[in-house]
Design a protein around this ligand. Structure first.
Ligand SMILES: C[S@@+](CC[C@H](N)C(=O)[O-])C[C@H]1O[C@@H](n2cnc3c(N)ncnc32)[C@H](O)[C@@H]1O
Length: 263
């Protein structure tokens, strides 16, 4: 199956894909009154808007995981799409994923990020949505769902609900590509640890820095294994360590994994 040729293809996908995407935005919702940002929108969206206005990711290269996602999509027949990128930001990973052949809807609570992305890629405008996962029709199903550094935002229960809500949008035999904070990361700014699960996962609340006032979750391997119980690994879970550039100290570690939903 090839990529959709017309913009409306995602609204009436071929039956063989069993992807239910009817009701997804066909035209840019990025400035419209139909925008349905919800859940954590207010404070968190405002904080991200400010970061994007200040140049966040403007000249950052894609993460290497992008190549793994494209490889998995090719080898597991998930290129036909459409797919979904939750928390697509202003495009450092979204754009190379699309250039590599994925037809992704981009969803983000930050209006500023989506506007910057639409300016970089006007042809993708109709695929960009300001909002969170609740902006999607409940029965929308995608061949590929991508989340890069987004499902860690919030407290433990909230992050689990968010991952499970995204899992519900993966079609049978579709893929879920995830990159999230891992326990073991050296935390840079002042914070207090507010949750520590028996599986090792923990949550901190930042007291200073760009995320001051926000909760961020750090996942353990066991926690992710449980969240993806019954899914087949398409790329085995691995940890990826990045050393901060001086004067910042320490490292931050991310889990990267790709799972296939049973068909
Ligand atoms: C760390 S940034 C990563 C952006 C992008 N994935 C990248 O790697 O360049 C996290 C992004 O997730 C968005 N975000 C946070 N919570 C969200 C939610 N519940 N639904 C959709 N987007 C969300 C933020 O606005 C931000 O753009």
């Amino acid at each position: 199956m090839g990529r959709p040729r017309r913009r409306t293809d995602a609204l009436t996908p071929p039956r063989s894909t069993r992807l239910g995407t009817a009701g997804l935005p066909g035209e840019a919702r990025i400035g419209g009154s139909e925008e349905r940002a919800s859940l954590r929108s207010g404070r968190e969206a405002g904080s991200w808007d400010e970061q994007y206005r200040n140049g966040r990711y403007r000249s950052e290269p894609p993460v290497a995981f992008v190549e793994d996602i494209l490889e998995a999509a090719r080898s597991h027949d998930a290129m036909g799409g459409p797919g979904l990128y939750v928390g697509c930001g202003n495009g450092r990973n979204y754009l190379p994923l699309v250039a590599g052949g994925l037809d992704l809807f981009g969803l983000d609570i930050s209006r500023v990020a989506i506007e910057q992305l639409a300016a970089r890629a006007p042809a993708r405008r109709s695929r960009l949505i300001v909002g969170d996962i609740s902006a999607l029709p409940r029965d929308a199903r995608f061949a590929m769902v991508v989340g890069i550094q987004v499902f860690q935002h919030g407290r433990r229960a909230e992050t689990h609900r968010h991952i499970q809500a995204a899992q519900d949008h993966v079609a049978g035999a579709g893929l879920f590509a995830l990159r999230v904070n891992a326990v073991g990361t050296d935390t840079e700014h002042d914070h207090s640890e507010t949750e520590h699960g028996s599986d090792g996962g923990l949550t901190i609340s930042y007291l200073a820095g760009p995320k001051a006032g926000l909760d961020v979750h750090f996942f353990s391997e066991l926690e992710l294994d449980r969240l993806f119980e019954g899914w087949e690994p398409a790329m085995a879970l691995r940890s990826q360590v990045t050393w901060r550039s001086p004067p910042a100290r320490g490292q931050w570690t991310q889990w990267e994994g790709i799972w296939k939903r049973p068909g």
